[in-house]
Write a protein that binds this ligand. Structure first.
Ligand code: TXA
Ligand code: MG
Length: 322
């Protein structure tokens, strides 16, 4: 049996909120990727989310909130910097890490004393959060380590067999990669995971912001080197080497590229956008499609290294290819 994908009208949203209140799990669309949501204040419901995903218990979750007041309810501190960031970027793909409120259970934070909060820019998520009336913790709705889901069907594919799972269908996610995670517990805020909100945009509001090197292990707990990974072995190849590598290839290959390549069998080409926003929105769907080809390997043409618009994409590609 498969999970249930539903087109949410008012009565579905009401039922989904009731399900959350009863300790259930609901998959919801956001502008970044789909999330697997449960009540932030309900430890048993959160344990179910970890169990469904196969997620390590020390990998903390993001609490999704309808507005600043709902965020303030789950954090212990909210300073002027947070106010300015929320004003500039919420609803939107910016997650803030702050000291957690005392009654937030450890399951919501992977046992940490901090909690991540964000207000998603998606009308269905916002309607659900309004109806529920409190924070909803939601990791990306994929099995742990797998490619994140950007359609309701991706969620159903990862949780085939979870027939009790309700999936709210909000169509394809517009941005397609996860939010920027910013630690604001220290004097100089620090990016733990790059996303569509860039360090340049954050510096324009905050002044100093630390940005880790993108090739590294990842700064936030759970941003392991291998993550967002297709099942097929995946390598990144610079544009200048692409044609040569393909010409020498003797195994069935799926190629994700934005440059023109001449036909060198045996290969299957997935054409990607040369524009960062277009590329991001298509990326996870393309990786899933590449996996379904049953090829021996996936070759991804490496996007530009020095362009801020491509930074979050490169971060995900490095992890997909680890
Ligand atoms: O765009 C997104 O952020 C999506 C949608 C559903 O909102 N969610 C998402 O959740 O990507 P997840 O669980 O796949 O990734 C959460 C990231 C992880 O890298 C985790 O380590 C970090 O946020 N994180 C969460 N709480 C944290 C905390 N207290 N301290 C440091 N990092 C934290
Ligand atoms: Mg994830």
């Amino acid at each position: 049996m498969s999970p249930m994908i539903v087109q949410p009208d008012d009565s579905v949203i009401k039922d989904a909120a009731a399900k959350l209140r009863a300790g259930g799990v609901v998959a919801m669309p956001t502008e970044t990727v789909y999330g697997l949501g449960a009540d932030t204040l309900n430890a048993a419901a959160l344990r179910r989310v970890y169990e469904m995903k196969g997620r390590p218990a020390n990998n903390p979750l993001i609490a999704h909130v309808h507005d600043v007041a709902a965020a303030q309810r789950v954090v212990r501190q909210w300073d002027e910097r947070c106010g300015a960031l929320a004003e500039a970027f919420w609803p939107g793909p910016l997650t803030l890490v702050l000291p957690k409120a005392d009654d937030v259970p450890p399951e919501a934070t992977g046992g940490l004393d901090t909690i991540a909060v964000r207000c998603p820019d998606h009308h269905i998520a916002l309607r659900l959060l309004a109806a529920f009336g409190s924070a909803v913790s939601a990791p990306s709705a994929n099995r742990s380590g797998h490619v994140s889901p950007t359609t309701a069907q991706h969620v159903a594919d990862d949780f085939a067999g979870c027939e009790a799972l309700l999936i709210l269908d909000g169509g394809p996610c517009v941005l397609g990669i996860e939010s920027t995670v910013l630690d604001v517990t220290s004097r100089v805020p620090r990016i733990l995971r790059p996303g569509s909100v860039t360090v340049e945009q954050l510096r324009a509001i905050l002044g100093d912001v630390d940005m880790p090197i993108i090739d590294s292990q990842g700064a936030s707990p759970g941003t392991a080197a291998a993550h967002y990974a297709p099942n097929t072995p995946t390598i990144l190849v610079p544009t200048c080497d692409l044609q040569r590598v393909l010409a020498k290839s003797t195994v069935a290959t799926v190629v994700l590229c934005f440059s023109e390549i001449s036909d060198v069998p045996p290969q299957y080409v997935i054409e990607m956008s040369g524009n960062a926003a277009g590329y991001a929105s298509r990326l996870y769907g393309a990786l899933r499609e590449a996996d379904e080809c049953g090829a021996d390997r996936i070759i991804i043409e490496k996007p530009p290294m020095d362009d801020p618009d491509w930074r979050a994409i490169l971060d995900r590609l490095h992890r997909a290819a680890t």
